[in-house]
Structure formats: C-alpha cells, structure tokens
Design a protein around this ligand. Structure first.
Ligand SMILES: [Zn+2]
Length: 105
C-alpha cells in the first residue's frame, strides 16, 4: 500500500451499498481502515437534546465506509484510480494517479 487517502479527496465507492457513488472525504481513520464520506452511508441516530441539537430527535449522520471499498478519484483525469507513490528529488513523497501518472497532491 502506498500513500493513503486524505480529507477532502473525492472517492468513488466500488463495493457495498453505496457502490457507484462519489463523495468528498470528511475524515480518515487509518487504524480502523475506515473513512467518512460526505452524504454517503447515512444512518439515522436518535439524539438527546443538546447545545447543537436543541430539539433532540432523529438526525442523519454519515457512518464509516471501509477504505478498501473506495478508490480515489484523480483530480487530473477524473477517473477512480489506485494511489501510486513517487519520491521527488527533494525527498518528499507524493501521491500519483496510476491511470494518468499525474501527481495528485
Ligand atoms: Zn489521473
């Protein structure tokens, strides 16, 4: 495995209930191999009244997806791709698209 997904990446779901959908990454949990994608895998949760939800009640919230179920959408060629890795002359590791070979970062 090369470099991982990051917050604000766009991902394409390749398996599971949300297969075929795209969304923006809101959070990545590498140790759990999970990530949260905006408006995907929504679940309903019962909330007690609080500062944020003064009424309480049912809210919809994103549930984690497995990282293995998504692919990064390349910002250059707009295709779902595996993440490659390249080391620049400066020593910096960057992510590259395996489809178009462009640097993604
Ligand atoms: Zn690409």
């Amino acid at each position: 495995m090369g470099l991982s997904l990051k917050k604000n990446d766009t991902v394409f779901v390749i398996s599971g209930d949300e297969k075929g959908k795209k969304g923006r990454v809101l959070a990545v949990y590498p140790k759990k191999e999970a990530l949260i994608v905006e408006r995907l895998n929504m679940i309903k949760r019962h909330m007690k009244p609080s500062k944020k939800y003064s009424q309480g009640g049912i809210i919809e919230k994103e549930a984690p997806l497995r990282i293995s179920n998504v692919m990064l959408v390349c910002t250059k060629c707009d295709k779902p791709t595996r993440i490659g890795q390249k080391i620049l002359e400066s020593g910096l590791k960057v992510r590259v698209c395996r489809k178009c070979e462009e640097v993604i970062d």
